[in-house]
Ligand binder design. Structure first.
Ligand code: SF4
Ligand code: SF4
Length: 303
């Protein structure tokens, strides 16, 4: 099992937002959803991707010279990358003296990831932390996620799955036996709007939520609060009903919309569709909390 490889785009040590205590969050690449507000666009494509940071680039042209397939050009004073030609060889990344290029995504074995995770075992013990497998969508790499979580569980490390809930049920079933806590995203309760905002409807998500509950795995509902998209009183009440009834009173974390990921869209030549959207006002966050509390739910706003 340890020889199974996963496509990882980040391993974040000392994370405090992805479950209890201090954690190491392993971000897996590839996601079937395309949430308009996604703050990790580098997580969506399951393959490695070259990225270019315009603000660091000095336009020296060294990357252009070393690219074996002529995928990079310096045209009208700007670097352009032909992503159809690029095979992610990494030559340009090594050559760039200004760290303006990087490749998101690296194939790693369970052993390699575990070697990073285990480094902070003492912190996990003291703080009640552990490992969180996130994404992208971990269900899209279920074999790897299950093998990694199993390895951590066997080493006495608390295990957590951070999921959008959008994945095949057999894949979720593979992972749950090695998962002590699920962070389960709900993005919209209306299937039509869910499809409009994420590209997929929410039927599978809700069936998977039922599966987690039936399995008895502790869970926290996480709601990305996106102004004008899912933050009306009616929508918040709809989320709360699902948390109270389907998820049997699971606590709720509100994840306010932020814009920290917008620079990465530029690095990947991807359009960002919520350019004019501002983070939610404090009053709206408080109102959301009140609504969840009125359903008897614990609710925390994660800033
Ligand atoms: S080598 Fe780096 S700094 Fe020079 S043009 Fe390429 S990306 Fe820009
Ligand atoms: S990663 Fe390789 S193929 Fe892609 S642009 Fe850089 S040098 Fe060219």
């Amino acid at each position: 099992m340890e020889s199974i490889k996963g496509m990882v785009f980040n391993i974040q040590r000392y994370s405090i937002d992805d479950g209890p205590g201090i954690r190491t969050t392993v971000f897996l690449k590839g996601c079937p959803l395309r949430c308009l507000w996604c703050s990790n666009p580098e997580s969506q494509n399951p393959c490695p991707e070259i990225a270019h940071r315009e603000s660091s680039c000095k336009r020296c042209g060294r990357c252009v010279e070393v690219c074996p397939v002529q995928a990079i050009s310096l045209t009208e004073g700007a670097i352009r990358i032909d992503r159809n030609l690029c095979d992610n060889c990494g030559e340009c990344v090594s050559e760039c003296p200004h760290e303006a290029l990087k490749i998101f995504g690296k194939e790693m074995t369970v052993d390699e990831v575990f070697a990073v995770v285990r480094k902070d075992k003492d912190y996990y013990k003291v703080t009640g932390g552990g490992v969180t497998v996130s994404g992208g969508e971990p269900l899209a790499q279920a074999e790897f996620a299950a093998a990694l979580l199993k390895r951590c569980q066997e080493a006495g490390i608390h295990t957590c799955l951070d999921t959008s809930g959008y994945g095949a049920q057999p894949d979720l079933e593979k992972i749950l036996p090695y998962t002590a806590l699920v962070l389960f995203d709900l993005k919209h309760m209306d299937p039509v709007l869910h499809r409009e905002y994420t590209g997929c409807d929410n039927e599978l998500v809700l069936r998977n939520l039922e599966l987690v509950v039936k399995n008895g795995t502790p869970l926290i509902i996480r709601i990305p609060l996106i102004p004008g998209h899912n933050d009306s009183d009616e929508q918040l009440a709809a989320f709360a009903r699902v948390a109270a009834e389907v998820a049997k009173g699971a606590p709720v974390n509100i994840m306010p919309y932020h814009r920290y990921g917008t620079g990465k869209y530029k690095m990947l030549d991807l359009p960002y569709q919520l350019d004019d959207l501002k983070p939610p006002a404090e009053e709206r966050l408080q109102r959301a909390k009140e609504i969840f509390n009125s359903f008897g739910l614990e609710c925390e706003v994660k800033i």
